[in-house]
Each structure stands twice: as C-alpha cells, then as structure tokens.
Design a protein around this ligand. Structure first.
Ligand SMILES: [Zn+2]
Length: 435
C-alpha cells in the first residue's frame, strides 16, 4: 500500500471509531442470585456507553446501551426466581442502540458500574440489585446462657470471582465451598458449637460484606478457606494466615495480597466505587480488642497447624502474617487457611479428593475446638461441659488452676473445703461451675 493511501485509511479508521460508529456487542449475560442481592453481568466486546432508569407498575429496570448490538441469548437465561422475572430487549431509542429491560418482582437498591477486562473476563457492565430491608449494622442480640460457640465459615471467592484456576480449569471457589460445607457439617454435629456460612452458594460476597455478615452472626471466630496458587507449580502445602500489620511482608504474602486485590476487581467493584451507605463506623476497633483477638487468632492458628500437619504437607509451619482484607476486621478473631496449592499437581489432586477435603475440614475443626475447650467463653455451653474434677500436676498452684477454669481462688477453696492455698501433686479438686 502506498503510504499516502495508508495514512488516509488509518485516518478514516480512527474517525470511524472516534465517532462511535464501531459497534459494541453484548456477548453474554450472566445472573448470580445470592441471599440478599442479585448480580447481573453483561459481557461486552468494548467499554459500555450506557444509561439506565427505573419504571414502576410493574417494576422494571431499563438499560440503554449506545452503539451496541445484542447477540446474547436472553430467552435461555436461568430463571432467578425471586428478584428478576425476565430479561428482554425492547424498542431502543436509536438505530444503533440496544434497550434491555429487566422485569423485577420488587423495588431494589441498585449499583450499576462498568468493569475493565481482568483475568478471564473482558469488558463488563455489572448490575447489582440489593434487597431494601437494611439490616442494622450492629444489632447485638443479648446472648443466652449456655449458648453455642459460633464459628463463621467463609468459603473464599464465588460467583464472578473464580479465585485461582487450575491447569485443567477447576475454580478455587468450588473447592473452597466444598471444604467449607464439610466443616459446617462437622461443626453442627458438635454439641455446644454452631456454624454460620458466609456464602452458601456460587455467588460473590464482597469483602466488607463478609466481615459485616460475620459480625451480624456474632461469630466467636471466623475461618476463611482458600486454595493457593503461585506462578510456578513447585510450591505446595498448606499455610495458615492471621492478620498483622506490624510485621514485614514476605514475598508470598505480597503475592497473595495482590491476588486478593485482583479478585476484588474480578468479583466486583464493591470496593472500587464509592459507597455512600458504607458505614465503616461499625469497624471501630479498640487496641485492646485488637490485641485480644490477635492473641486468639494466633492460638487457634497454631492449633490448626498442629492438626493439619497430621493430614497434609505444610507450606509453612508457623502462622503467617498479612494484612489481608478478609482478616482486617481485627475485632473478630479470624484466620485464613490456604489448604494447598491448586497450582501444584500433587496438591491439586488432593484438593479434589473428597477424603482429603474431609481430613482438612476435620483438622480445622479439631484445632478450633481445642481452643474453645481450653478457653471457653463463660456464657457458653462448653464452659459448663468441662470436666468438674482436676488432678494437680507438678508445678501447679491453686491460682494456676483457678485461672485455667476461669474461677476465683476463693471459689476453688470453698468448693474443696480448703483452709489454705496449699495443694499437693496428685490431689483431685472439684471445679465449681460459676456463671
Ligand atoms: Zn483464594
């Protein structure tokens, strides 16, 4: 081609795209229903130029895409059932536009935003429809005596956000949910303990919402389940992470943090866009609470590592420190368990095995349970299920025993008719039940 001709052609081509004559394309629509919102994702060939509005009686959301064609099959969409009755096209405003109508069964609070290409996804327009009855942020119900210890289980990723992807195409979000459900079953079978799932299906819960849910469900401890991935297949084994901003970050911790940031991009914008009703006041953390909760997190992490070591190879045998978003709410004791490397062929095989998943869940459970038997909250059933007798071993004083069972020295003396503080090795004491 002659240079002059080529220049003219290029000029024409860029004019063509500048004037917006190049058509965008709706290539697909995906729906992710979850307990309190439904997400609709439009996959597009280019950045969307859009506007939207609501109509009432019946409730509809109308989205206009400028310079766009639709090639997505709308009749084939899975029925959301509750929030969205139907997605259809309607008469568009302009020749080169597409009008999409979402027939709704109610009025919802919406968030509509575009996401740039990330990972496996291209350009997207995300529509989040949130239920309107807002749950107050901090409604602490008075707790019952002899209550269950509540363990929050957070299956990493979900919905739009697949997490790590194995060579064969398996998504981390599937593995984490499967292990989470096993852990849930084991915990719920244990007297004095109860599990609360942060997500129960294949949908995305943003990180703020995860901790908010944990707080709402008044969890005593939150475990976030993940499966690691690295850019080389070599690293393998499990690791346990707890929140700590004070220590230096390791290479892996930086990598992991980046990946979690990435997953925010994948899953959703919740943190990317300004949220007017995002009340972070609830996250007021006194230093004391923080230290206390870090201490609990560290103790449970060590218990869990000891248990995991029996059933799987460890990548790290000490709790790892990171300022991961899901662990940020340091008023809630929490840990993140990377159950193995999805990027390592041995680990991956294990992670896909039901037997191995069950072993991992059981190990996490044992580690968590041990802590709550060692240090049960006073109002818990477990505090009242503890042994009522204690045999004095070498080096144990009355005050040590008192501390161990959360009773006073005076109460111990009363229960055992002791005149002095002196106890001998081998002596059996009755532990009073104090509430
Ligand atoms: Zn993950």
């Amino acid at each position: 081609m002659k240079t002059a001709f080529r220049t003219v052609l290029l000029l024409l081509l860029s004019l063509y795209s500048l004037t917006g004559l190049a058509q965008n394309m709706i290539e697909g629509v995906r729906i992710w229903p979850s307990p309190d919102n439904t997400r609709v994702v439009f996959d597009l060939s280019d950045q969307p130029d859009y506007s939207y509005f609501f109509l009432k009686q019946p409730d509809r959301l109308v989205i206009d895409f400028k310079n766009t064609d639709n090639i997505a099959e709308l009749t084939q969409l899975p029925k959301d059932g509750d929030r969205i009755k139907r997605i259809r096209t309607s008469l568009s405003k302009g020749k080169r536009a597409v009008r999409i109508v979402l027939d709704l069964s109610n009025q919802y609070d919406e968030k509509v935003f575009a996401l740039p290409p990330t990972g496996p996804y291209g350009n997207r327009l995300v529509v989040d429809l949130h239920d309107r009855q807002k749950t107050p942020l901090v409604t602490r119900k008075p707790r019952l005596k002899n209550r269950d210890i509540v363990i929050g289980i957070d299956a990493g990723h979900g919905g739009e956000d697949p997490g790590s992807i194995s060579k064969s195409g398996t998504h981390e979000k599937k593995i984490t949910l499967s292990i989470a459900k096993r852990l849930q079953r084991i915990i719920n079978a244990e007297p004095g303990m109860k599990a609360e799932m942060i997500r129960t299906g294949d949908y995305y819960v943003n990180l703020n919402q995860r901790t908010r849910l944990a707080r709402k469900k008044q969890v005593d401890f939150l475990v976030s389940i993940h499966a690691d991935a690295f850019h080389s297949p070599r690293p393998r084994g499990a690791s346990v992470w707890i929140a700590n901003d004070r220590r230096a970050e390791s290479e892996l911790s930086k990598w992991l943090k980046n990946r979690e940031k990435n997953s925010e991009l994948l899953g959703g914008g919740g943190e990317l866009i300004k949220r007017t009703n995002d009340d972070n006041l609830a996250v007021f953390i006194a230093d004391l609470t923080k230290d206390k909760s870090l201490e609990i997190s560290d103790r449970i992490a060590r218990n869990v590592i000891a248990e995991l070591q029996k059933v799987t190879r460890m990548h790290k045998t000490q709790p790892q420190n990171a300022s991961l978003a899901v662990l940020k709410s340091s008023d809630i004791p929490s840990m993140l368990v990377e159950t193995g490397f999805i990027s390592n062929p041995y680990d991956f095989k294990n992670l896909m095995s039901r037997t191995h998943q069950e072993k991992l869940a059981k190990a996490m459970f044992n580690g968590i349970k041990k802590h709550f038997y060692d240090y049960p909250p006073q109002d818990s059933l477990i505090a009242n299920m503890r042994p009522t007798k204690h045999k004095i071993s070498r080096g144990e004083s009355l005050s040590v025993v008192a501390q161990r069972y959360n009773v006073s020295v005076q109460q111990l003396k009363l229960a055992n008719n002791l005149k002095t503080d002196v106890v001998r090795v081998g002596q059996t004491l009755t532990i009073p039940r104090v509430n």
